[in-house]
Design a protein. Structure first.
Length: 463
């Protein structure tokens, strides 16, 4: 059996080993998932799904420490944040359980035209079919929960392909589902190369593709899926923040520090571009740089660590190159700007980098925050909206009119007021538009996306 070693991004130590699936393995998995779905005599009724998911909650709740260490070890997210991820994942399963009872159809009114008399119409929800889930490295357990659990909750067999750098958490989730009583064929994990992953995504036996990761790969797969396959894509953004001159700095600075440097900036809605009114720009820049310089960077398993490693050394090299380019184009590095090791990079704040610098136009996905001065808020909105990405955005102000104007003007699927762009709870809609993605995620929205609605109309003379 072919296996791959999973290594810590901090020091390269082996933290686990998983089976590496061949194209044949993936095809066999797809065939099993479709056979399972088509076997109506052995479909899982709602009460069975509830029972299984309740058992999953109990198992996960009894293993919080083990799951935390597993997440942190393979993904590099600091221990404290990884523990939060585990609790979020458990809550995500609870949300799916609660939603099962609310996952229902509706009456379609009849009788208000002559042609529709003596009829009654109702819709009801059915599972869409086999779900293929391709996941990213940055939240190895919670992303798997968001892609796998909604599928099981609505009655869809699901196959997940986790990132090859961080497969252990997803594999463990599949094991827990089986331990909880989920029958064979309903859930599988395949760790495979890109060719086998493309087979999974584009198979005509797959009815729904959920993809979290690179925009280039996601949009490519979207162009290759079989006809009729429903697709949800979640990519990244270059999150803009508007800071008006009346913003509360005591709340602003800690919020932006958390939103910008959480998981070393490796978050699809991480704070990256901050447009600050010129009257307070120097002050905000100074305070943000000071706070960033005091962040503890290091081993993700140390509870004192606030910023862990990047996922691999190539990412450190890339971030270093981008920051150097920003410096060469006139950006002022206020703090950071250097690698600490082959795996860690200093939390970095850059003042007024050029609008055409890579840190201004591309998703850094690293511990880098950029500050730009503005005098006219309308022009700040234009600059914030200038890129072909649209995910979460935010504004800091005490003025309700300015806040509402920002909500209207900023190109975001979510606009936050007096909060950072990386805020998320798992019951809210979450997803990008334009190049940032397709559709809305979140436990509840994913359950809707993984379902199809069927209409029943009954004609009777007694109606």
């Amino acid at each position: 059996m072919n296996t791959i070693e999973v290594k810590s991004p901090f020091d390269g130590k082996v933290v686990g080993e998983v089976k590496f699936s061949s194209i044949t393995d993936v095809q066999n998995g797809i065939d099993l998932a479709q056979t399972t779905f088509l076997d109506q005599n052995n479909s899982l009724p709602k009460y069975e799904r509830v029972k299984i998911l309740e058992k999953v909650v109990k198992i996960m709740s009894s293993q919080v420490e083990e799951l935390t260490i597993l997440c942190a070890s393979e993904g590099g997210k600091p221990y404290v944040d990884s523990q939060v991820e585990v609790h979020r994942a458990i809550n995500g399963v609870k949300l799916a359980i609660e939603q099962i009872s609310a996952h229902a159809g509706r009456e379609i009114a009849m009788g208000h035209t002559a042609s529709s008399v003596n009829r009654i119409g109702y819709t009801f929800k059915e599972p869409i079919g086999v779900v293929a889930a391709i996941s990213a490295f940055n939240h190895p357990l919670n992303l798997a929960v968001h892609q796998v659990i909604p599928a099981i909750a609505v009655g869809c067999p699901v196959i997940i392909k986790p990132a090859t750098q961080t497969p252990l958490s997803a594999v463990r989730l599949i094991e827990i589902l089986k331990e909880a009583g989920l029958p064979e064929g309903w859930t599988q994990a395949v760790v495979c190369d890109r060719q086998a992953g493309e087979l999974l995504a584009t198979s005509p036996k797959v009815n729904f593709l959920t993809f979290i990761g690179s925009g280039a790969v996601g949009w490519y797969l979207n162009s290759k899926v079989a006809h009729g396959t429903r697709v949800a894509l979640e990519h990244g953004g270059v999150a803009p923040v508007i800071v008006e001159k009346d913003a509360d700095l005591d709340e602003l600075i800690p919020s932006l520090i958390k939103g910008g440097f959480y998981h070393a900036g490796q978050v699809c809605v991480s704070v990256q571009r901050i447009y600050v009114h010129e009257d307070i720009c120097e002050l905000v820049a100074s305070k943000l740089a000071d706070a960033a310089s005091r962040l503890v960077v290091g081993d993700q398993l140390d509870p004192a660590t606030e910023v862990g490693p990047l996922i691999n050394s190539n990412e450190v090299d890339r971030v270093e190159q981008w920051v150097n380019e920003a410096r060469q184009k006139g950006g002022k590095v206020l703090t950071g700007g250097k690698r600490i090791s082959t795996s860690c990079y200093e939390p970095t704040v850059i003042l007024n980098p050029a609008d055409d610098a890579l840190v201004s136009t591309k998703e850094v996905f690293g511990p880098v925050v950029c500050i730009y001065s503005y005098s006219n808020i309308e022009k700040a909105f234009d600059r914030a909206n200038s890129l072909e990405v649209s995910f979460q955005a935010s504004v800091f102000t005490k003025n309700i009119d300015a806040a509402l104007r920002a909500v209207k003007r900023l190109n975001g699927t979510t606009v936050l007021v007096n909060d950072h762009t990386a805020f998320r709870v798992d019951w809210m809609p979450f997803g990008g538009a334009k190049k940032s993605g397709l559709g809305q995620g979140g436990i509840l929205n994913s359950m809707e996306e993984m379902s199809k609605e069927k209409l029943m109309i009954i004609k009777s003379a007694v109606l």
